[in-house]
Design a protein around this ligand. Structure first.
Ligand SMILES: [Ca+2]
Ligand SMILES: [Ca+2]
Ligand SMILES: [Ca+2]
Length: 845
């Protein structure tokens, strides 16, 4: 009642009418295990927290509000604003009770022996969420455990809230009150690591509420975002998690009372729902445009309640700004995929060069070109800008801007034994090298790239990257030169030609790091990464992730003398033996040796020698026991290494071994191996191609099956990490197969993969390559993500399919790595695919 009066005072009778709709909740449990009404979904642990990267902001009680996932992480949490590496509850039991119309989840914090039950129940006005305890809070959690719900900051930027009627504006930038606590009182984070660098002060900080009260109304002015949360028991606090971590969300929280059992917290949550809301259609198309002769089919994504229109049209935009209709044609039903329904619109008939847009109902797309050569430049920014920015151990400049200094010159120390690192690296009981734990290993501070949005040197992704770059170089001979690279001076200047092909300079930069590992250890190692969690989440200039000074244990922490420092921040080399890593490195080095011939002769020689040695060492076997996963990766890597050595040396033992491996591998699974098999085609003669043909037939059936699986006809993998890597790899394989078996695999199977990446995909139609296409990813998970910006030429993972049916790629929030994180091997593979497509269209009649 009180709330209605406040609304009436602030906004008059119109708002009252809107507010009345808040009270007309009609959430129904659907057959996909969440509550649904038109314009609102309430998910309760449809996805779980994942032990690998802890809190990915995709689990707990979540809201999809008018098509946007605006809230996540609803659960009992142990911190005011939990960070990625804070403890996450394990789902012990999840009950979807149709009769009672509830979802209840038993959650457990194992290390604290603490269980709580979360119950979500729709009611006449929205839903209630309550927390139930069988045993009172453990003493250690008194004043700590609370019912939390995290609200996406970008969904509420430039909006307001009311707390018990008091008006306020959501902070655009965090500047909330903080509190300092003794480090010893911090609830243990992931594996005992800490995200907070206290500079030796023995303390950590927590966010304090920016508002408290009983009733919180989020964005009363926005009918699509308005949510009323009322604490039926206890008080509400509103906090800003970004005060402790840039990827934090706003948090609504109620502390659980000490000593109580039974129902200990309850909220009434009343999201406003716009009556009859229908999601705006998404017209998926290539933001970079089309070649005139190409097949052009837009995929239009519709709200399942939407009625498809009969037709769509293509308009040409003239020099005078007029829009002239060039085609009007029927849309064809495709059917349902996940939560949306789809229709397709074929506008291949539009071939005249010019600028165009697609119109479907009132919906118009961005304007895009149709012209010969639209794809010619789409990889340039990836090579010119993105790769240089990722270059480790170098100072990288671009015109007036310095991207970063020469980072990690203090690489590296031998990682200690028995370590499970937070980025997945592991050390067993021995270093398996001649170095003692903690000992400095000289020579590793050269070459390599920041692997992704983080800064480690991951050998596996380096090997793949070098391979794709060599492939691009050998097939397409691009001598593009827009970057100066001075290895001796550790200096890179973007937009500054130096007379040397940039592709070769990047290949050299990757090879320098791979070879450095073979020099130091006689083999490849899994990778090099910073030891402390508070370094790992670094956002800023890579040169400041470590102090650049060699660690000297005789000095005190933060003490610096000359080139040495007492701060143990030097990165660790993870050195466990891995046949897969060594074979992959051998493959990359064998490939690099060809490209570097005549460019850097000494390095080319060393690459080849290291590759041969690694291959024969692994063939003789290091004797390590392996899991079935390791065996699978080893076999795939050996196949690749054998092929690259065969291409480089033309020697018979490699040819024999390749034939020995390839056929059983193809028999086990055609899809994952056909790419390697296809790459071998130019090197193994007609008998090999004849024997491969039946497998390509089988592969073609897999391609055809994809067309029935989803409207884009590309492989889409649910969960974890979005699938652009897979789509790009699939399209590149199709190019190789098309070259050899044009009757079985067509150019459209290559182009389809590129179109997907450039905008013809679910959830939105943005190009996933920053800076490429009319509209592209302007907010991504590069190492500059805290600035809500992008690095030109970076390719993001793309559309993540969240369980059970929600495809998502956030365009206003960079911090979801599974959707938005640039990675080196994807980017290199994209450079290759773009060149393949251009080649295909040039040779195409
Ligand atoms: Ca990494
Ligand atoms: Ca150059
Ligand atoms: Ca250091």
């Amino acid at each position: 009642m009180k709330r209605s009066v406040i609304f009436a005072l602030l906004f008059g009778p119109l708002a009252l009418a809107g507010s009345a709709a808040d009270e007309g909740g009609s959430l129904q449990l659907n057959d996909r295990g969440y509550f649904e009404q038109r314009g609102l979904n309430v998910l309760v642990f449809s996805s779980e927290y994942n032990g690998m990267f802890f809190d990915e902001k995709t689990a707990g009680l979540e809201l999809i509000h008018h098509g946007v996932r605006t809230a996540t992480g609803g659960a009992v949490r142990l911190k005011p604003t939990p960070e990625q590496w804070d403890q996450i509850p394990k789902v012990v039991e999840r009950k979807v009770d149709r009769e009672a119309n509830t979802i209840s989840v038993l959650l457990r914090y194992e290390s604290l022996d603490f269980d709580s039950r979360l119950v979500v129940r729709p009611d006449a006005r929205g839903f209630s969420v309550s927390v139930h305890l069988d045993r009172p809070l453990p003493a250690a959690l008194e004043g700590r455990a609370g019912l939390n719900l995290e609200v996406l900051p970008s969904a509420y930027f430039e909006k307001t809230y009311l707390v018990d009627g008091k008006p306020a504006i959501f902070p655009l930038y965090p500047s909330g009150p903080m509190r300092v606590r003794p480090a010893a009182t911090q609830i243990t984070q992931f594996a005992g690591h800490t995200t907070f660098d206290d500079r030796g002060r023995g303390e950590y900080v927590e966010a304090e509420p920016i508002a408290t009260g009983r009733t919180l109304v989020l964005a009363p002015e926005d009918p699509e975002r308005r949510i009323t949360i009322e604490a039926v028991q206890g008080e509400l606090a509103l906090l800003d998690g970004r005060n402790v971590a840039q990827n934090g969300w706003y948090v609504v929280r109620t502390l659980l009372p000490a000593g109580a059992t039974g129902k200990v917290a309850e909220w009434s949550v009343r999201p406003h729902v716009v009556e009859g809301w229908t999601r705006t259609p998404v017209i998926g198309f290539s933001q970079a445009g089309y070649d005139p002769a190409e097949k052009k089919v837009a995929v239009i994504e519709l709200d399942p309640s939407d009625t498809p229109l009969e037709t769509a049209a293509v308009f040409q935009v003239t020099a005078e700004g007029a829009a002239v209709e060039r085609l009007k044609a029927k849309v064809l039903p495709w059917g349902r995929y996940l939560r949306y329904s789809y229709v397709t619109f074929d506008f291949s008939a539009v071939q005249a060069p010019g600028l165009h847009f697609i119109q479907y109902g009132r919906q118009k797309t961005d304007t895009f070109p149709i012209a010969a050569g639209v794809y010619r430049d789409i990889w340039h920014q990836t090579l010119d800008v993105w790769f240089p920015v990722q270059m480790d151990h170098m100072f990288v400049n671009e015109a007036y801007r310095v991207w970063h200094g020469a980072a990690h010159l203090d690489d590296a120390r031998q990682a200690p034994v028995g370590v499970q690192h937070f980025d997945g690296y592991r050390m067993g009981p021995s270093t398996e090298t001649r170095y003692a734990p903690g000992e400095r290993i000289p020579g590793l501070n050269v070459g390599g790239w920041f692997d992704a949005g983080d800064y480690d040197i991951r050998t596996g992704s380096h090997s793949a990257t070098v391979m794709h770059l060599v492939d691009t170089w050998e097939r397409f001979q691009s001598t593009r030169d827009e970057t100066l690279v001075d290895q001796a001076g550790r200096f890179v200047d973007i937009h500054h030609p130096d007379g040397k092909p940039d592709l070769l300079q990047q290949i050299e930069h990757g090879a320098l790091q791979l070879v450095a590992q073979h020099r130091a250890f006689g083999r490849a190692i899994p990778g090099i990464i910073e030891p402390q969690l508070h370094q790992y989440h670094h956002l800023g200039d890579g040169v400041t992730q470590t102090d650049g000074l060699v660690y000297d244990p005789t000095l005190k922490p933060y003490e610096k003398v000359g080139e040495r420092s007492g701060t143990p921040d030097d990165r660790w080399a993870f050195t466990g033996k891995s046949a897969a890593a060594n074979y992959s490195s051998a493959a990359a080095l064998a490939a690099a040796s060809r490209a570097l011939r005549g460019f850097n002769e000494a390095l080319a020689e060393e690459c080849l020698a290291a590759a041969k040695k690694a291959w024969s060492d692994e063939r003789q076997g290091w004797g390590a026991a392996e899991t079935s996963w390791e065996a699978m990766f080893r076999q795939a890597a050996e196949l690749t290494a054998t092929l690259e050595l065969l291409i480089t040396t033309k020697e018979k033992p490699y040819a024999d071994r390749f034939e020995e491996l390839i056929w059983p591998a193809l028999d086990r699974a055609t899809g994952p191996t056909i790419g390697t098999a296809a790459r071998a085609l130019p090197h193994l003669g007609p008998a090999y191609a004849d024997r491969l043909r039946p497998y390509v037939h089988r592969y073609r059936e897999e391609i055809d099956a994809l067309e029935k699986q989803n409207p884009w006809g590309v492989p889409i993998r649910p969960g974890g990490w979005a699938g652009n890597a897979q789509v790009i790899g699939w399209a590149a394989t199709n190019y190789d197969l098309h070259r050899a078996f044009p009757d079985l695999v067509g150019p459209e199977h290559v182009l389809r993969g590129l179109h997907y990446v450039l905008g013809r995909h679910p959830a939105s139609n943005v190009s996933f390559v920053s800076g490429v296409g009319t509209r592209s990813k302007k907010i991504a998970y590069g190492n500059n993500r805290a600035d809500f910006t992008f690095i030109a030429g970076g390719v993001v993972p793309g559309v993540l399919v969240l369980k059970p049916d929600f495809p998502e790629n956030k365009e206003d929030w960079p911090f979801l790595w599974g959707e938005n994180e640039y990675v080196i091997d994807i980017c290199a593979h994209y450079v290759l695919l773009a060149n393949m497509v251009e080649d295909l269209l040039r040779r195409h009649p």
